[in-house]
Design a protein around this ligand. Structure first.
Ligand SMILES: O=C(CO)COP(=O)(O)O
Length: 248
């Protein structure tokens, strides 16, 4: 694999949790922290985006596939930009399940985010039965290929990927560092078939029950470049200790 300039990234996905008090706590915590070797992104629910004061990078948890117009309840990339949002989580398994988001819809959303020069955090990951029946790699490849077909490999230079095995999300059942590394290496190898350089440089996060006590081992795997953190991102102390693990 080629040399790379990957920097560790930790993104906190609050999901439909948190409140204004948590915004204040997180901002205080990170204003006092020194994290020079990694990037922190907070992805709160939409209403809280405007409350952040610029000390941490911001991401949203979803976006409309449309640019603007008569789409009640949707939020556009242009609106996110007005709130200094730099990242957008796209294709989280909870949205794929709760809102029937297909990989084709996910691909449209990725395209929308890229067109606005924001960074998609594109989530892929298998349910437990897929891992059990041995079709894990085909499943992940298919999720990636739908987006690859839509936007092309060169656009992956501006994408962050997140591998989130569904069986590990919110379950306390983390993928082992070896299991995470195996899939991350597969993803990088899959992209390398089209472009070695992009594959070597793309940041691939792991998500699924990352905590302060397992982050360091996960993040030290060769192809794991940080994490997408759910539950533990709601506790500023825990989240900071995860970020410190990525800062080393
Ligand atoms: O879904 C996740 C982040 O997007 C992971 O959630 P947990 O860290 O709560 O398992």
């Amino acid at each position: 694999m080629e040399s790379n300039s990957r920097r560790q990234l930790v993104a906190g996905n609050w999901k439909m949790n948190g409140d204004k008090a948590l915004v204040d706590k997180v901002q205080k915590q990170f204003a006092a922290a020194t994290l020079n070797n990694m990037d922190v992104v907070i992805c709160p629910p939409f209403p809280y985006l405007g409350l952040f004061d610029g000390k941490v990078k911001l991401g949203s948890q979803n976006i409309s596939q449309f640019e603007s117009g008569a789409h009640t309840g949707e939020v556009s990339v242009a609106m996110l930009k007005e709130f200094n949002c730099q990242y957008v989580i796209v294709g989280h398994s909870e949205r794929r399940a709760d809102n029937n988001e297909s990989s084709s819809l996910v691909a449209l959303k990725v395209e929308q985010v890229l067109n606005a020069y924001l960074t998609p955090i594109l989530c892929v990951g298998e349910p437990e039965d897929v891992r059990d029946d041995g079709t894990l790699f085909d499943y992940i490849a298919a999720q990636l290929d739908t987006v690859l077909l839509k936007v092309g490999i060169s656009q992956f230079a501006d994408i962050v990927l997140a591998y989130e095995p569904i069986w590990a999300i919110g379950t306390g059942k983390t993928a082992s560092p070896a299991q995470a590394q195996e899939v991350h290496a597969f993803i990088r190898g899959h992209l390398a078939k089209q472009d070695n350089n992009i594959a070597a440089n793309i940041v691939i996060l792991y998500g699924g029950s990352v905590k302060g006590n397992n982050a360091q081992e996960l993040f030290s795997q060769a192809d794991v470049d940080g994490g997408l953190i759910g539950g533990a991102s709601l506790n500023p102390e825990d989240f900071l200790s995860i970020c410190q693990a990525a800062n080393q």
